[in-house]
Design a protein around this ligand. Sequence first.
Ligand code: ZN
Length: 198
Amino acid sequence: MDYYSNQISRLIEEFSRLPGIGAKSAQRLAFHIINLPKDQVENFAKALVDARNNVKYCEQCCTLTDRELCPICSNKDRDQKTIMVVETPRDLAAYEKTGKYNGVYHVLHGAISPMLGIGPSDIRLKELIERLQGDVNEVIIATNSSLEGETTAMYISKLIKPVGIKVSRIASGVPVGGDLEYIDEVTLLRALEGRTEL
Ligand code: ZN
């Protein structure tokens, strides 16, 4: 099946390993890269390697960053006492795009799923509980409205309530099963404003 020379085949193979990239797209991308100016390809390769080498978890909110504290956690103008709990850094980005949320975040990197064998200790819950020892006014749970997201929301609210911190859940303007990152900004804002205390 090696119609192309070895190095082209290798490049196609690397692309086809990426999520959502089928055989045809992999070929298209590989040939696109080969036709780019050399310096552009070098910049691209460097960006990949630098990101992989330097990106780590924020020490406070666990989002991905190349610093100890991400730009949101280190921003003194943000309300550090309001924590929005999301499943992924992409969800955080979706709320940031609205430009209307001024609190900080906590990124779980997943959701509890008994079906997939993902338990509370497999996501960044311990780090959230540790943060609650500090000065916190409200925890807004903005996990997805999937079964896993709801399970996680219930679990978190049960953990936090005894601590006496206000816990709220974003409104169900977010469609059931909907991934936060695909929802438009107006819907996200409505969901945030219409949040209910748990
Ligand atoms: Zn952070």
